[in-house]
Design a protein around this ligand. Structure first.
Ligand code: F3S
Ligand code: F3S
Length: 105
């Protein structure tokens, strides 16, 4: 799967959402989350993120390893709806995200 890491926090550019052919990028208050069971590893989201927040899991920098868990655990709370369109954003971010200091835009 691909993962959205710390650079997305408080930025949420959403260019990735437009590119994803399977609509598997879900929104939280401070970050977007890739659903690992719905992502087909097409990679289209990775080059369009202006802050380089998207990584293939094996390329995720070690300092952001917890984001793999954050995306997976957050996605697991909604099962597999098969697309973010029509889904309400998550009410809360994963604790890993919530713990990040606020970033000024
Ligand atoms: Fe975040 Fe980059 Fe997408 S900032 S919302 S991962 S385009
Ligand atoms: Fe979508 Fe990116 Fe996966 S575009 S299918 S979330 S690699």
């Amino acid at each position: 799967t691909y993962v959205i890491a710390q650079p997305c926090v408080d930025i949420k550019d959403r260019a990735c959402v437009e590119e994803c052919p399977v609509d598997c990028i879900y929104e939280g208050p401070r970050k977007l989350y890739i659903h690992p069971e719905e992502c087909v590893d097409c990679g289209a989201c990775e080059p369009v993120c202006p802050v380089e927040a998207v990584f293939y899991e094996n390329d995720l920098p070690a300092e952001w390893r917890a984001y793999l868990t954050a995306d997976a655990e957050t996605a697991a709370t909604i099962g597999s709806p098969g697309g973010a369109a029509g889904q309400e954003p998550f009410a809360e971010d994963h604790p890993v995200v919530a713990a990040e200091p606020l970033r000024e835009k």
